[in-house]
Design a protein around this ligand. Sequence first.
Ligand code: S6P
Ligand code: ZN
Length: 191
Amino acid sequence: MIDKFALPQLAQINLATGVISVAEQVIIRKLSDMPAYYQDQSAVRELLKTDPIIYSVYMPKQPSEVTGMYTATSVIEPGQIGNEFYMTKGHFHLDESAPEVYLTLSGEGLLVMQTHSGQSQVQDMKPGTVSYIPGDWAHRTVNAGKTPLVFFAIWPVDAGHDYDSIDDMGFNRLVLVGDDGPHIVVNPHFE
Ligand code: S6P
Ligand code: ZN
């Protein structure tokens, strides 16, 4: 379908902070929005006293509400909770034919992906990496560095988001803080 209503748009992204010049909506996720996502609940309770921001999402004013693509920058703060790095909730797309592309702008981390049938894959994220996420793969990003992990995402407007599956089951791989960098391990609590 041809998008008759969209006009060309120009935006400027600050590559270090992820802030978009034409940002219309900013989503801020604090630890209190996702306490059950981390394994070490005594570390969670301690950190909830300050309730840090884990990540923010900046969405520009969209050229059209009807068709096309959404874009956003995500900024995952550096930090850890117990022996896990700060990370996003992660989600599946409701439309399994709706893929997504992530371009890392700054920082370093990992993109954890998995299918409903249990296939999993973890990709490095660093400035310039481009990840193609097929429509039926859940995706979560993890900041494994000491600076904000900033990436740009593009996905179809009708993709929809399924957070409940991850809320219920988690991901089957965890990224833990190791002496020599991130360690990917099997999640013992994955159901
Ligand atoms: C949307 C895209 C990103 C995430 C963002 C936050 O399809 O994947 O914009 O929304 O990185 O992650 P989450 O899992 O809380 O939506
Ligand atoms: Zn997505």
